[in-house]
Design a protein around this ligand. Structure first.
Ligand code: IPE
Length: 257
């Protein structure tokens, strides 16, 4: 049985969400080093931040697109941040292989209907690091939909678990010390029960987020607890938090279990 960790580098940490098309290259480099040093088997996802979200807000969001040129631009921008991340990973000598979600998943009304995750499984079995990202994907009802990096990652996690992989945990790397309450303190743990009361405290994103921001991340993570996989939300802007989370050391964050 192969043990793996699922890691998502959020768009808020790998890009500057307040500046269109601005990648935080130094942060991506540091996070890549932390991934390498951990020596863990990882499936990696990343968000789109000020790349895909900028164009998705303009040209079409969750339910289809406004123009053919628009959808082409969203797909291209999602790929652009992936190229930047891939360049850094490969330079760091991480055997990372990019899988384009648009070519690997089909949806209907925003829900995944078909996939080709077998390719990811084969790569993972060979000791490679598969990389996916938030993307625009084809939708049988809406023409297209925006599919977030964490949703793809969770779906891959379910697939691999059914294939006999052991998912140690999911780590979501953002720009906060986990989830904050109304006073700005980290909520150490969220469960299905506590979420009912906590959801009103969770902050709203600063800029428009097509895929639903923190609330969406938490609710997706709660679904993963049903198959026994916990999610840890940590701050990627703090040095070594990702490394410590990978090595099961103490971090300042929120666990969803
Ligand atoms: C969004 O992906 C994809 C597009 C807008 C094309 P994510 O939802 O994973 O991105 P972040 O992490 O919120 O930036």
């Amino acid at each position: 049985m192969k043990n793996i960790v699922l890691v998502k580098l959020g768009g808020s940490v790998i890009t500057d969400k307040s500046k269109a098309y601005f990648a935080n290259v130094d942060i991506i480099k540091r996070l890549a080093k932390e991934l390498r040093i951990s020596k863990k088997s990882i499936i990696l996802a990343h968000g789109s931040g000020s790349f895909g979200h900028t164009s998705a807000v303009k040209y079409g969001g969750k339910k289809g697109y406004k123009s053919k040129e628009g959808i082409a631009k969203v797909a291209r921008d999602a790929m652009e941040i992936n190229r930047i991340v891939m360049d850094i990973l490969v330079k760091e000598k991480i055997p990372a292989i990019s899988f384009r979600p648009m070519s690997m998943i089909l949806a209907k009304s925003g829900q995944m209907e078909e996939n080709f995750f077998q390719a990811v499984e084969l790569a993972a079995n060979q000791g490679l690091i598969p990389v996916v990202y938030g993307d625009v994907i084809w939708d049988k009802k809406w023409k297209s939909t925006i599919y977030s990096g964490e949703t793809i990652l969770n779906r891959i996690g379910i697939y691999l678990k059914n294939k006999g992989f052991k998912i140690d945990k999911i780590i979501q790397v953002g720009e906060t010390n986990g989830v904050y309450d109304d006073k700005g303190n980290t909520i150490p743990r969220i469960t299905k029960n506590s979420w009912q009361n906590l959801r009103k405290y969770v902050y709203k994103p600063r800029v428009k987020d097509v895929t639903g921001g923190m609330q969406h991340k938490i609710e997706d993570a709660l679904k993963m607890t049903e198959i026994g996989v916990n999610t840890l939300l940590i701050n990627g802007k703090v040095k070594n938090e990702l490394l410590n989370a990978l090595l099961n050391k103490k971090v300042k964050g929120t666990v969803i279990k």
